[in-house]
Every structure is written in structure tokens, then in C-alpha cells.
Design a protein around this ligand. Structure first.
Ligand code: ZN
Length: 216
């Protein structure tokens, strides 16, 4: 893969928009608000963008960090291969097996996701990005899936400091209800210096409560 530099991605000033989140065009020499000259994307100073990886349930081959990719592309296929080994043997003998066909379809989906991941890394330096603005949030994963929403009264942002300068950000748009399946709307990780992260959270607090856990 050509994404050898992605682990070094550190937005040294994440609060200033450096590049167009749509096409990657450099915005540093341009006014702080306007439209990207390359693709027309409208930007303004209150929008900020973090580049990183999808985390938790949102992590896929198209958007995961390398550590998670190992699980997604090596460990899981081995588990599946063992589970469907019999099916594969039957398929190789010319007999149909639902399990093996399923696994082959999954393999094709993985290759496609890898291509999408590479596209995103080539343009933006990382497979995923998180856009935050006064209007709401948007997590884009591997130039494929997008999950966006507006701030509401039940919104909560949960930051978690991980090792090094790695930070995880989760955003939920619904209050915790024990009887509901409850996935975060945003589950994202980025390598951001501690001080930058503090500044980001300071800004985000204007739009959404920042808490250390959901039951706080
Ligand atoms: Zn653009």
C-alpha cells in the first residue's frame, strides 16, 4: 500500500483549515472563508477537520487504523476460512457451498474497500476524517460511508485519551436508554497533540456537552 506516511498524520493546527476536506486542495493561502477553487466546497473559520481513522464498530477495511486492519484482514479471514473450510473444499470439488460463496463475496468487498481506503489516503493523508462545525458533525470513512448529523439537546461528545497523542472521539445524538441498541454516531480516532485536543474540545463545548462518560 502507498499509505506509508499515514501514521505520521498530525494536524499541527487542526483549528485552522489547511486543506479542502472534499478534494484536498490547499487552502492555506486563501481567505479564511469562501469556496474551494478546485471543487466549490464552502468553508468558513468555524469548521474544523480532523484526519484519522474510524474506531469501534465504525472501523472497516476502508477506514480502520493499521492495528485494527490486522484484525480485519488477517485474523478474521483465518477464522472465517476455518469456519468454512469444508465449504471451500466442496467448492473446489465443483459443489456449491453457501458459506464459501459468501466468503468469496466478502473478499471482493474487501478489495473494493482497500481501493477506497487508498483513495482517501492519497487525497487526505488518512482514511477517515471528522468535520465539526456549529451546524453539526460529519464522519467520512474511507471515501465511502458518511455519517452526519446536527447538534441536538441529547447530543454528547466523549473524548478518550489513548496512548501517545492518539485520541478517540465518540458522539452520541441520543440519551442512553438501556433497552436500545446504542451505537455512537461518530467513533473516530486521530493523532492530535494534547494542547490542540484541548482547544478542539473547548470549541466543541459551545455546540455539544463534553463528558467523560455517557452516564455522567
Ligand atoms: Zn475542494
Amino acid at each position: 500500500m502507498s499509505d506509508t506516511n499515514e501514521d505520521k498524520v498530525t494536524p499541527h493546527n487542526a483549528l485552522e483549515l489547511q486543506r479542502c476536506p472534499e478534494c484536498g486542495y490547499s487552502l492555506t493561502a486563501l481567505p479564511t472563508s469562501g469556496n474551494c477553487p478546485e471543487c466549490g466546497f464552502a468553508y468558513e473559520p468555524s469548521l474544523f477537520v480532523l484526519y484519522g481513522w474510524a474506531a469501534g464498530q465504525r472501523a472497516t477495511v476502508a477506514s480502520a487504523s493499521r492495528g485494527r486492519l490486522v484484525w480485519l484482514t488477517i485474523v478474521w479471514p483465518i477464522v472465517l476460512l476455518l469456519a468454512y473450510f469444508d465449504g471451500f473444499r466442496r467448492l473446489s470439488q465443483g459443489r456449491f457451498s453457501f458459506g464459501a460463496v459468501f466468503l468469496l463475496a466478502m473478499l471482493i468487498a474487501w478489495v473494493w474497500a482497500f481501493i477506497k481506503r487508498r483513495e482517501a489516503v492519497q487525497i487526505h493523508g488518512a482514511p477517515s476524517m471528522l468535520l465539526l462545525s456549529p451546524r453539526g458533525f460529519e464522519q467520512r470513512d474511507g471515501s465511502t460511508a458518511t455519517n452526519a448529523g446536527g447538534w441536538n439537546k441529547e447530543c454528547v461528545l466523549i473524548p478518550k485519551a489513548k496512548r501517545g497523542d492518539r485520541h478517540r472521539i465518540q458522539i452520541y445524538t441520543r440519551r442512553f436508554r438501556w433497552w436500545c441498541v446504542d451505537e455512537p454516531n461518530v467513533d473516530f480516532e486521530a493523532t492530535v497533540p494534547f494542547m490542540t485536543m484541548e482547544a478542539i474540545l473547548e470549541r466543541a463545548r459551545e455546540w455539544c456537552p463534553v463528558k467523560s462518560s455517557r452516564r455522567e
